[in-house]
Design a protein around this ligand. Structure first.
Ligand SMILES: [Zn+2]
Length: 85
């Protein structure tokens, strides 16, 4: 938690100026943030889902999920046949 000695006050990191200075006296309290604030424009959901390496194979469904879906279709198909007979 950044503390300004001139103002004798603790500041929430989100309440600081973007360059890390105190909002009231302008004194440098903490080092500026390396990463800028996440906005709707610079948010990359695909990179978050896939990962930094960008391999789309990591985002594919696992084999056991596909097997489960096949077994579910077979079971529901059999239950539908039972319903008709
Ligand atoms: Zn201050």
């Amino acid at each position: 938690m950044p503390f300004c000695e001139d103002c004798a006050k603790y500041w929430a990191p989100s309440a600081m100026n973007d360059d890390g200075t105190c909002p009231t006296c302008g004194r440098t309290v903490e080092a500026p943030k390396v990463q800028s604030t996440i906005t709707a424009k610079n948010l990359d959901l695909k990179r978050l889902a896939v990962g930094d390496d960008g391999d789309p194979a990591d985002a594919a469904a696992p084999w056991h999920f596909k097997l489960l879906m096949v077994l579910l279709v077979v079971y529901l198909g059999w239950r539908f046949v039972q319903l008709l007979t």
